[in-house]
Design a protein. Structure first.
Length: 253
């Protein structure tokens, strides 16, 4: 994980934080080679499945390899196949240092990288986020945590609340419309990453998904917060106005 430094604070596109996250193009590096594990046409006989069940299972585990996530409401048949063969899927993914997690509240399966000291064992790529996206991501993560502690199972946030919450730390634009466009641009990216979902019938509201707590762990969030504190001090930013971002929370782990 990279620390903020004076060299990479130059602008909106400066990168400073790398995280492991699902990617809509290919979540798992080398997914095609891993996928070959499931290409055995005789697998149905080995695992006691009908050919139709085996084909559906192969489709499901391959989808997870390619996308990192599978939602029950988006792909009910594939989700059901993973659920019915969860032990088999888990043992197969484990060979590649991947852990299959089931989130009951969110209604999804997610692939996570197992902790290992073996070199080149990680198949999940790390993505660099801009300062802007990182600040927004932390705010969403902290907002989700606060709502979760309060017992809210599907936390929602609107654009105005988000803009007001992050503008104290982000570079000043002197234009509310520009601030809003920046936030909406980041939200579009986060929708693609499944961190948030659109609320039907309200273009200004978004549901924060539990995916976020797997991608940005409590320890990673606290690390970013410490770096943002340093950044705010270096830039003379208003820490009081930005306290919703730079103040830590109780861990949810």
């Amino acid at each position: 994980m990279n620390d903020i430094s004076n060299e990479n604070l130059g602008g909106e596109g400066a990168h400073y934080f790398d995280i492991e996250m699902p990617d809509t193009d290919s979540a798992i590096q080398g997914a095609s080679s891993v996928e070959s594990t499931f290409s055995n046409a005789e697998g149905s006989e080995v695992y006691g499945l009908t050919q139709e069940e085996w084909d559906k299972y192969r489709q499901a585990v391959t989808y997870l390899l390619k996308h990192g996530l599978i939602y029950e409401d988006e792909n009910p048949d594939l989700f059901k196949s993973v659920s019915q063969n969860r032990e088999l899927a888990s043992s197969t993914y484990k060979q590649f240092f991947l852990e299959l997690k089931h989130d009951l509240i969110g209604g999804f399966y997610i692939l996570l990288q197992e902790d290992t000291e073996l070199p080149h064992a990680s198949l999940i790529s790390r993505k660099s986020l801009s300062l802007q996206d990182s600040v927004i991501l932390v705010y969403l993560r902290k907002f989700y945590l606060a709502q979760d502690i309060a017992g809210v199972t599907q936390p929602k946030i609107d654009v105005d609340t988000l803009v007001a919450g992050v503008k104290a730390i982000l570079p000043k634009s002197n234009s509310e419309s520009i601030d809003e466009r920046r936030v909406r641009s980041a939200l579009k990216n986060f929708i693609d990453k499944r961190f948030i979902r659109k609320v039907r019938g309200d273009d200004d509201a978004f549901q924060i998904t539990p995916v976020l707590r797997y991608v940005v762990t409590a320890s990673e969030m606290e690390h970013i917060i410490e770096q943002l504190k340093k950044l705010a001090i270096d830039r003379g930013l208003d820490l009081v106005a930005g306290q919703d971002i730079v103040e830590g929370d109780d861990s949810d782990e």
